[in-house]
Design a protein. Structure first.
Length: 278
């Protein structure tokens, strides 16, 4: 075979291989590249505020736990109430919620009078635990079992302890979003009353007040007035100049007085009446 003949046959063989391989291989190149890119691309990491973990609070007396015990004991008490009692209205949160003073729990009871007046005749429960952040509430929500059916309304107030711990408003809002989403997934028939973080500090320019407002701005869009009802209660606790109402906010400008709980109940009364069908 002459060199020119061999070269011609070599070109024909290469063209034949390309003819058979091209239509089969080329369409797969794009999807394979996309798949490899998806597998190797860095995934956005969750903020600690979105990762469910149990609380570590052990200061029983300072936390308002009258029977002592630790955080898990408080969660156990709450879980038992959820299992054993039919409930129409549930408050979930931190020490501010805990201090409603639900008589079913052995906790400090700053808001007991307002609770008895507004919720004493209802099948209501306060599931607040002192010191809780968003990640702790998320852990608790995953483990709650309403054995007698979902409540008609769930009131969520959380996030202020995250701000105290130095979490950014963005991270706190992400944590609240995660809780709201999980509540909707687990009990879609319940109406969720999502409250903005209550005002912090004595004056409008307080850094924690500003941080709370930024969190509230970010979570307000979750409200749809159908299944999620967002409410910002700041006007109930500060005056027109932004000064904290001394009779409604305690000396730490964080927790509520008895008058503060009465104001909270009054602020929610029309909405809860709507959610509970009263």
């Amino acid at each position: 075979m002459s060199p020119s003949t061999a070269a011609t046959q070599g070109r024909m063989l290469r063209n034949t291989r390309a003819l058979h391989a091209g239509p089969l291989v080329r369409p797969l190149v794009g999807p394979l590249v996309s798949l490899l890119a998806a597998c190797t691309a860095p995934r956005p990491s969750l903020a600690p505020t979105q990762i469910a973990v149990p609380g570590t609070e052990t200061r029983a007396a300072a936390a308002g736990w009258l029977n002592g015990g630790d955080w898990l004991a408080q969660h156990g008490e709450i879980a038992r109430i959820a299992r054993e009692q039919p409930l129409d209205l549930v408050f979930i949160g931190d020490s501010i919620t805990q201090s409603w003073g639900d008589p079913k729990r052995a906790v400090a009871a700053t808001g007991r009078a307002a609770w008895n007046e507004h919720y004493g005749s209802l099948r209501a429960a306060s599931f607040g635990i002192s010191g809780d952040c968003t990640q702790h509430v998320l852990w608790r929500v995953e483990r709650l079992d309403f054995a007698h059916g979902a409540p008609r309304a769930i009131v969520l107030l959380i996030g202020t302890n995250n701000l105290s711990a130095g979490d950014s408003p963005s991270a706190v809002a992400q944590g609240i979003r995660a809780i709201a989403g999980r509540l909707r997934e687990r009990w879609p028939e319940a109406r969720l009353v999502l409250l903005g973080i209550l005002p912090r500090g004595e004056r409008a320019e307080d850094p924690l007040r500003l941080a709370a407002r930024e969190v509230n701005r970010r979570i307000a869009e979750l409200g749809d007035e159908q299944r999620i009802f967002y409410r910002d209660l700041e006007p109930w606790f500060v005056d027109a100049a932004g000064q904290a109402h001394a009779e409604r906010l305690a000396g730490d400008h964080l927790h509520l007085t008895a008058a503060g709980y009465a104001a909270w109940a009054e602020a929610l009364e029309p909405l809860l009446g709507q959610c509970l069908g009263e």
